[in-house]
Design a protein around this ligand. Structure first.
Ligand SMILES: [Fe+2]
Ligand SMILES: [Fe+2]
Length: 237
């Protein structure tokens, strides 16, 4: 069969016969998710269990950590089915995202990060649920409710922190330090990778459109809902 831009690819076997540009583009996405879900779980979610202030919060944080490790497991399993060598799905070969360079030290930081970083992940996964590579589409559909739960977790616990003494200043301080780190998440404007993703229907939207959608959703939460301020996002470089 011949696979053209816009064709749906049903299986990993079919993918192996797809044009190289399509195959390599799908590989990039799967590798990036496999690496970053694992790395993020290690530097943010698992350490956050110790920072969580109550048994209830620890229990839910364990669930978040379990799900983030689970996302890595599912993406790396898909990568194996696609015949991607295991070492290509590790930090030895692929640098993790810069949003994980933040040194996590407090429960407030973790809760705000679950809003700011996981909302970005929700937007990315939303874009993949119509992906032309069907195994990736299915994986995005499985992952989506869990990523939405992570944002809701962040919203609920941040709302609780805002009620406490000094909570308003603490949350604002984390927003001020973390939000500017998010500007690189969606990639450069006019990105060649993104052009290829859209050409093959792997992704639907430009980096710019996703970044704009993200900024609007975060403003609705941080400014409209919580009454806090957003620092400048910084230029996407
Ligand atoms: Fe995840
Ligand atoms: Fe998440």
């Amino acid at each position: 069969m011949s696979i053209k831009p816009g064709s749906e690819v049903q299986t990993c076997d079919e993918l192996s016969a797809a044009p190289e540009e399509f195959r390599l583009a799908v590989e990039k996405i799967v590798i990036s998710h496999a690496v970053n879900e694992y790395y993020g779980a290690q530097v943010f979610d698992e350490p956050a269990v110790a920072l969580a202030p109550t048994p209830y919060a620890k229990w839910l944080t364990c669930r978040v950590a379990m799900e983030e490790y689970g996302h890595h497991v599912r993406f790396s399993e898909l990568g194996s089915e696609m015949q991607i060598a295991p070492e290509r799905m590790t930090t030895k070969h692929k640098q993790p995202l810069s949003i994980f360079e933040f040194d996590l030290n407090s429960w407030t930081e973790f809760c705000v990060i679950k809003i700011l970083a996981d909302m970005a992940e929700v937007i990315q996964v939303e874009d993949l649920i119509r992906c032309t590579f069907i195994p990736l589409r299915k994986l995005a559909r499985m992952t989506m409710p869990e990523e939405k739960f992570h944002v809701q977790f962040g919203l609920d616990f941040t709302a609780e922190i805002l009620q406490g003494e000094g909570g308003f200043a603490d949350v604002q301080d984390v927003v001020n330090r973390y939000y500017p780190m998010m500007h690189k998440f969606f990639g450069r404007p006019n990105s060649e990778n993104n052009r290829i993703y859209r050409k093959w229907g792997i992704k639907q939207r430009t980096n710019e459109a996703m970044a704009e959608d993200y900024a609007a959703r975060i403003e609705a939460i941080i400014v409209d809902k919580f009454g806090l301020q957003l620092p400048p996002a910084g230029a996407a470089v």
